[in-house]
Design a protein around this ligand. Structure first.
Ligand SMILES: [Zn+2]
Length: 364
């Protein structure tokens, strides 16, 4: 009887020990690099529609998946500024705010933590660079549309790589076509820090420097279906630059225009943008599989347009009559996919700010 009890006791002890090892292993694994991809507005129906029209997606290569609740501090339906802030800082804020608490205190973002750990940082987007999502990873401001301030903060933020659109936000107001209200020449400010390229042709030719800004159009980049380069190609260039840092890197990539096409309820464009985003997922996963020490996390900041695909919506593998419940954002949960060291942290249902906190823990 006594021996039997002792057996149970030692079994419990071993079990407890194993559990401790398993739990600490789960939290101790820290990837050298993180690639964080955000499909702005990309819900499950967006992915389903792209899957039906296009066939297999790179998103299907993930084995670890979860969902997150996207609500902001002041609304169940978030905007991209508050959602970007939750993903970038691990804290919820009010809609319209980037990188700040609702009462205006700056929140430290993933990129700032990464730089403290000696890592290189970058953003690659298909919107203008000061748009809400990239701004949340590189600026702190009460109002997301104050692009004059945000471009200046981004230029001084320490980001090593910035690729996207928005050239008209970088010239002083006296320059024809400028959208600035002040006399600041942000392009020249950037040129003092790193090479700046303004066309895809130059970007293709340039031997990747350690730091690089590429601003490829005056506003948002052209829609994916009208562009002769993919977000995947831009991602590859960003990786060429960032991989030169010995301590690793954090790269945020945004398929920014899935959201814009969804506001317009334009299904061919929604599918085009989702497939373009998937090209960046391919580049990222191919890199991570080869590298072995890179975490890839893919998610959305919220769903846009409340898309459903009821009966008789799909004819000959085409989405002919989708139903849009909204021309704006919705409160439904969005999917999250993860691959690489630390990926299991993102399985299950979580809140949007949990996603940010988990990422920050992994770069600290
Ligand atoms: Zn939107």
């Amino acid at each position: 009887m006594f021996t039997h009890f002792r057996h149970i006791r030692s079994f419990c002890l071993i079990f407890a020990l194993l559990l401790t090892v398993a739990v600490s292993a789960q939290t101790d694994i820290k990837p050298r690099n993180i690639i964080f991809l955000i499909g702005d507005g990309m819900g499950v129906a967006h992915i389903t529609a792209a899957r039906i029209e296009h066939g297999q997606l790179n998103l299907e290569r993930f084995k670890i998946m979860g969902l997150h609740m996207t609500g902001s501090a002041n609304d169940y339906v978030t905007d991209s500024a508050a959602a970007g802030t939750a993903l970038a800082t691990g804290f919820k804020t009010d809609n319209d705010m980037v990188g700040q608490t609702p009462d205006g205190k700056p929140l430290k973002n993933l990129m700032e933590y990464a730089r403290e750990a000696g890592k290189a940082t970058g953003v690659t987007v298909t919107s203008i660079l000061p748009h809400a999502t990239p701004a949340a990873f590189s600026a702190h401001h009460i109002a997301r549309y104050h692009y004059d301030t945000i471009t200046e903060q981004q230029a001084n933020s320490g980001l090593d790589v910035m690729i996207g659109g928005g050239l008209s936000n970088y010239y002083p107001k006296t320059t024809p076509g400028s959208r600035r209200k002040d006399d600041k020449h942000i392009l020249n400010l950037l040129r003092e820090k790193m090479p700046v390229v303004l066309s895809i042709a130059t970007l293709r030719k340039i031997k990747a420097p350690k730091q690089l800004t590429a601003i490829l159009s005056s506003g948002h980049l052209p829609p994916a279906i009208k562009r002769d380069y993919t977000l995947g190609e831009l991602t590859a260039k960003a990786l060429e630059c960032l991989t030169q840092n010995e301590k690793g890197f954090v790269l945020m990539i945004e398929g920014s225009q899935i959201d814009l096409a969804s506001h317009d309820q334009d299904m061919p464009r929604i599918i085009g943008e989702t497939i373009d985003f998937d090209s960046a997922v391919k580049t990222s996963l191919d890199f991570a599989e080869k590298d072995g020490n890179t975490l890839v996390v893919v998610t959305a900041d919220h769903e846009t347009a409340g898309i459903t695909l009821p009966m008789k919506t799909i004819e000959n593998d085409k989405i002919v009559k989708p139903t849009f419940a909204s021309d704006n954002h919705t409160a439904v949960m969005v999917p999250i996919f993860a691959y690489g060291p630390g990926a299991e942290n993102f399985a299950g249902i979580q809140a949007i700010d949990d996603v940010g906190r988990k990422l920050i823990e992994l770069v600290k």
